[in-house]
Design a protein around this ligand. Structure first.
Ligand SMILES: [Zn+2]
Length: 328
């Protein structure tokens, strides 16, 4: 049969397929999240996230050396303090886990881009991302009083040498508050990566074990986004862009590819997507059961995020993916 267009013509050989491949995952796209725990000599594996561990600052060198060797350009830091309180004051302690880690990493690997997550949930004794209303039993997370605390934390990370700060609390106005604080502190050139659309997702489960940030009561649906809302995600992007975000982010990634695509179409800012702990855990669990080929499934999941429009992917697969990319 004579057909004008036979798509299989260009699928015939590996070289032809390579030549017409539209999307490529690069090592430069990858950002590796790290959990920094206060203390010494600590390497605590996270059971629901095989291959990931909480590390104390003195245990970071090996991890950073591996990432540098694999050419992963950036890390995203989360801190687990020894002491928590109602306001999460350890978040802006210059001797806290994240500022200490930033200094250690910059000393070990000056070229590594260090991104500091800015939130309070790992630092508050109640596990919410902001300060609580004093009204008995209300459980309300107060927006505006939280902004000052997030701004203090962001300034402390910039002061320690962070290359980028990344507010993730989903408080209204957090990007503007942090931009103002950074500028006041003289950190005019420290960019903000805004968790602009962060959904109240079930896929964060393993992270909460990793970051010890499970809310002691209630959930985060009064500040994180409803998973059903796509248009609202675009309004969140517009707000954060107007407030001075330098990079935008969608979190999680896998169940929100349509949002990533829509943001890519509408905004020119660099876009990151966070392949979260639950996405990683699902892949790992299936792999451990022998149900999936890890390399193919993980790389396909990352490629899908990239094809949807993400420039950068925050993923627990960063090291493995970098190795696989190098082998290709
Ligand atoms: Zn939080």
């Amino acid at each position: 049969m004579s057909l004008t267009y036979r798509p299989r013509r260009l699928r015939r050989t590996s070289t032809l397929r390579q030549m017409v491949r539209e999307t490529a995952l690069r090592t430069d796209d990858l950002i590796a999240p790290l959990f920094i725990v206060e203390g010494h000599g600590l390497v605590r594996p996270i059971s629901s996230m095989p291959g990931q561990a909480q590390l104390s600052v003195d245990q970071l060198d090996r991890e950073i050396d591996q990432l540098m060797e694999l050419r992963v350009p950036a890390v995203l830091l989360f801190g687990i303090p020894a002491h928590k309180d109602a306001n999460g004051s350890a978040a802006w302690d210059p001797q806290g886990p994240v500022p200490s880690a930033i200094r250690a990493i910059k000393q070990r690997a000056p070229d590594m881009a260090v991104i500091a997550d800015v939130c309070l949930c790992e630092y508050t004794d109640h596990g919410h991302c902001g300060v609580l209303s004093p009204a008995p039993g209300s459980g309300d997370v107060l927006n505006d009083p939280t902004l000052d605390l997030l701004a203090r934390a962001a300034a402390a990370y910039a002061d320690a040498g962070a290359d980028i700060v990344a507010p993730s609390a989903m408080m209204d106005g957090q990007v503007a508050a942090i931009r103002a604080a950074l500028d006041r502190g003289g950190y005019l050139n420290v960019p903000i990566m805004a968790y602009a659309a962060k959904f109240a997702s079930a896929f964060y489960g393993p992270f909460r074990e990793a970051a010890e940030s499970t809310p002691q009561f209630g959930d985060r649906r009064a500040y994180q986004m409803d998973p059903a809302n796509g248009r609202e995600a675009l309004r969140e992007m517009a707000l954060d862009a107007a407030e001075g975000a330098d990079l935008l982010m969608v979190k999680p990634a896998g169940a929100y590819l349509d949002i990533i695509h829509a943001v890519r179409e509408r905004y020119d800012l660099p876009l990151a997507a966070y392949q979260v702990s639950g996405e990683y855990a699902m892949l790992k669990a299936a792999v451990q059961n022998g149900w999936l080929d890890e390399r193919r499934a993980a790389m396909e999941s990352l490629l899908g995020i990239k094809r949807a429009g993400a420039d950068l992917i925050i993923t627990y697969y960063a090291k493995q993916a970098a190795r696989w990319i190098a082998e290709e």
